[in-house]
Design a protein. Structure first.
Length: 361
């Protein structure tokens, strides 16, 4: 079974793709975004996958890749196009290379045109391909910088992508209209730049007259991506996307919530506020409550946040962890920084044998 997830970065309209082999749990990540590495790592962890490699479709000009940061966190090898000119990768890819993840394979096709080093990755059964910025949904990448060449792009699309089976699904690196996937048959027929009977001269003339503004992050993203996303920092230093909390053993969930498990909460050293957001009858009901917990029902929390201390971390608690996750969002909006959700709530707390006040035996 193939595990497949399409992820999105709204700031740059970039798609990141996670592919995993269900049997071996080995996985690869295509076009990771620096600011989304924490999100991606959370999903990989929750799915029980082992990330073996990050793959770049090209040297991006609109965002910084997360490849180096992902490698720092997971050990995944960085793979980029040999023709792209980037340094610091573990493997440099060329036409017809094969990338294995468990029992599955991605086949490399060189598709220059948007940049001189663009790649398309084709799944082993040709059911899907990842086209980067070479072929977009009803469009194409621009060709006016980074060794762009409309003639090369026309050949890449016609010879390497349109030559795939008609029902092969195509996944681009970007879309700015909310579209997610297309197919070879659709683009052959409906792509206004590259489909139908359009000739190379028609396409080249169209592309040379687009007159697009350069990407806002061009001067930052390209140099960083030529280092595989490694920021320019002093030798021996490490880099992160923001600092992970150090006040408690927290885990970042794919839902975007910092969580602590019951054992971690019980072992915490130093003062922490336990915020119970259940209703009064639940607080005094069969599950009981954690010693010292402050009761503020979720529906009242936004209006009562000033009852909580801002100089101490807060762990939110409810019956099973859902309402308390919403409570952490309310607290963040109110300016509280050190906030976490108790994973599993009072149900898990009691099941694991942690002490409670009140409740049934």
């Amino acid at each position: 079974m193939l595990i497949f997830r399409q992820l999105f970065d709204p700031q740059s309209s970039t798609y990141t793709y996670l592919l995993g082999d269900g049997a071996s749990r080995s996985a690869v990540l295509i076009d990771p975004v620096f600011e989304q590495v924490r999100r991606d790592a959370a999903l990989i962890g929750e799915l029980g996958l082992k990330l073996t490699a990050t793959l770049e479709t090209h040297v991006h000009a609109d965002h910084v890749t997360g490849a180096s940061l992902v490698k720092q966190r997971t050990g995944a090898k960085i793979m980029v196009a040999k023709a792209g000119g980037a340094v610091g990768a573990d493997r440099y890819l060329v036409q017809d290379d094969v990338i294995a993840f468990g029992g599955r394979r991605l086949l490399v096709r060189a598709t220059p045109g948007h940049t001189g080093g663009c790649l398309t990755y084709v799944l082993d059964d040709s059911s899907m391909a990842f086209t980067g910025d070479c072929l977009l949904i009803r469009g194409s990448g621009r060709t006016d910088f980074q060794q762009g060449d409309p003639t090369a792009m026309f050949r890449s699309v016609r010879e390497q992508i349109f030559a795939l089976p008609a029902d092969c699904l195509l996944y681009p690196a970007h879309d700015y209209r909310g579209l997610t996937v297309t197919s070879v048959a659709e683009e052959r027929r409906f792509n206004p730049r590259l489909g139908g009977d359009i000739a190379v001269g028609d396409f080249a003339g169209y592309m040379k007259n687009l007159r697009l503004a350069h990407p806002k992050l061009l001067d930052v993203a390209v140099p960083a991506n030529l280092r595989c996303g490694q920021p320019e920092i002093a030798e021996g230093e490490r880099f992160e996307v923001g600092a992970d909390p150090v006040w408690a053993p927290l885990r970042y969930s794919f839902a975007g919530v910092w969580e602590i498990d019951p054992h971690g909460l019980e072992e915490l050293q130093g003062p922490v506020q336990i915020l119970d957001v259940r209703e009064v009858e639940e607080f005094t009901g069969p599950l009981g409550h954690i010693e010292g917990a402050v009761l503020i029902p979720l529906g009242e929390l936004a209006a009562r946040v000033d009852e909580l201390r801002r100089d101490r971390p807060i762990v939110a608690v409810c019956r099973a962890g859902s309402r308390s996750a919403q409570a952490t969002a309310i607290l963040h909006q109110a300016g509280f920084g050190k906030v976490a959700n108790l994973n599993g709530g009072m149900l898990r707390w009691r099941t694991e044998g942690h002490p409670v006040e009140g409740g049934s035996a």
